[in-house]
Design a protein around this ligand. Sequence first.
Ligand code: NAP
Ligand code: GCO
Length: 268
Amino acid sequence: MSDFMKKFSLEGKVALITGASYGIGFAIASAYAQAGAKIVFNDIKQELVDKGLAAYEEKGIKAHGYVCDVTKEDQVQDMVAKIEKEVGVIDILVNNAGIIKRIPMCEMTADQFRQVIDVDLNAPFIVSKAVIPSMIKKGHGKIINICSMMSELGRETVSAYAAAKGGLKMLTRNIASEYGEFNIQCNGIGPGYIATPQTAPLREIQPDGSRHPFDQFIIAKTPAARWGETEDLQGPAVFLASDASDFVNGHVLYVDGGILAYIGKQPQ
Ligand code: NAP
Ligand code: GCO
C-alpha cells in the first residue's frame, strides 16, 4: 500500500460503534473492519448482541459485543472500562445508536419527546465524555456523530428527532472546538434517506401495490432518484475515521444523494 493510501487505513485502531447489531452502524463497522480496525459494538439486549456477533462472524469479522444502554451513564462508563481492559483504548467512536418517534407534536407526550432526546442527543454526550479522557492520554481520537437531514430540515411528526439531531450537529461542533487541541477530531455524517429498519414504515408497499407516498416523495426529492443504501455511507465513514481527515473538524458530511441541494423534481 502506498504511503498516501496508508492515510486511509484503520489498521490497529479500536473502533466502538454504538447500536451496531444491524443497520447503518453494522455497515460502518463492517467497513472499518475491512480497513483494519478492531470492531467493538453494543446493543441493549444480549440476544441482539449475540445476533450482531453472528452477523459479523458471517462476514468474517471477529467483533467484540457488549450489552449497554447508551442512555445510562454508569453502564457506559463500565462498558468503556471493560473495552479498554479487554480490547484496548478506543481510537474511534461512532455515536450511531438512535431512535425516532413519528408523532404529531401536539399528540406527543413530554416523556416520548424526552426518550428521543435521551438516545439521540444525551447518549452521544455520555459516550463521548466516557472516551475522550483516554483519547487525550493517547494523543489522538476520532468521534463521528450520526446526524441526519433533520439536523438541517424539519418535517411533520419528527419534532423530537429533529431537535435531537439539530442539537447533535452543535454538540459535534462543540466537541471539535473543545478538544481539537488534543488532536481529537469530531465530525458528523448526515445520511439522507437510507433503507434500514428505521425507515421501513416509510417504504411499505401500499394495499393497491403502489409505492408508499413518502417513498415517492423521497425519490422526487433526491437527485439520485433512489433511497440510499447503508453501503453508501461506508467510504465517508472510513475517511472521517482515518488520518486522511486529521484537519477536518466540526464538519457534518451529508451523504444524501443531493437532497439538501435540490428543490425536488417538478410534478410531471
Ligand atoms: P435502526 O435500524 O433503528 O438501528 C438503530 C440501532 O440503535 C439499533 O441497533 C438499536 O438497538 C440501537 N439503539 C437504540 N436505542 C439504543 C440504546 N438506548 N442503547 C443502545 N443501542 C440502542 O437505525 P438506522 O437506520 O440504522 O440508524 C442508525 C443511526 O442513523 C441513527 O442514529 C439514526 O437516527 C441515523 N439516521 C438514519 C437514517 C436512515 O434513513 N435510516 C438517516 C439519517 C440518520 P435495538 O435494536 O436494541 O433497538
Ligand atoms: C423520517 C426519517 C428520517 C431519516 C433520516 C433522514 O421519518 O423523516 O426517519 O428522519 O431517518 O433521519 O436523514
